[in-house]
Design a binder for this molecule. Structure first.
Ligand code: ADP
Length: 161
């Protein structure tokens, strides 16, 4: 059984994330979406909210589960018996950071492989931070996130007013 972890902040989960998760679920027997608690990043959504939005988004895919982590990613992968880390690669700007992370994780656990999937063209320029910025100014995030996530975003920014 080939188990992969797909880590990130998912603050909030976008259609770009889901595209990578679905494609990974097609290749691997099981995919665990790993939500990094990331308190230093000061996420807009609480861990519970991010977990809820991801759980909702993956409910139609049998072989995908979600869990959070507040440890090294290699420990999270070990906990789930995963041998692969799946990451999405967008523009060249992602490359340097991801390259560094992949090598460091390999140093920490040589049996854990990082696999990169090219972002689909329609999601190449999509990021959670761009989505938050658009939503904070009342812009439409249709086609970037699910309708439920869009509703959560407008709730969040309405409350902040
Ligand atoms: P973001 O960079 O949007 O804040 P995360 O930190 O949650 O997102 O990213 C988790 C993983 O998802 C990373 O590997 C990132 O490259 C990937 N990812 C994020 N957005 C996209 C996208 N639009 N297309 C493909 N992969 C993506």
């Amino acid at each position: 059984m080939r188990i992969a972890v797909s880590p990130g902040s998912f603050d909030p989960v976008t259609l770009g994330h889901l595209d990578i998760i679905e494609r990974a679920a097609y290749i691997y027997d099981k995919v665990i979406v790993g939500i990094a608690k990331s308190p230093v990043k000061e996420p807009l959504f609480s861990l519970e909210e991010r977990l809820g939005m991801v759980t909702d988004s993956i409910s139609g895919i049998d072989n995908v589960d979600v869990d959070f982590f507040d440890t090294l990613l290699v420990e999270f992968a070990r906990k789930h018996g995963a041998t692969v880390i799946v990451k999405g690669l967008r523009a060249i700007s992602d490359f340097e950071h991801e390259f560094q992370m992949a090598h460091l994780n390999k140093k920490l656990d040589s049996r854990l492989e990082t696999v990169f999937m090219m972002a689909s063209p329609e999601f190449m320029f999509l990021s959670s931070s761009a989505v938050k910025e658009i939503a904070s100014f009342g812009g439409s995030v249709k086609g970037l996130v699910s309708d439920k996530v869009a509703a959560h975003l407008s709730d969040k920014f309405r409350k902040a007013l």
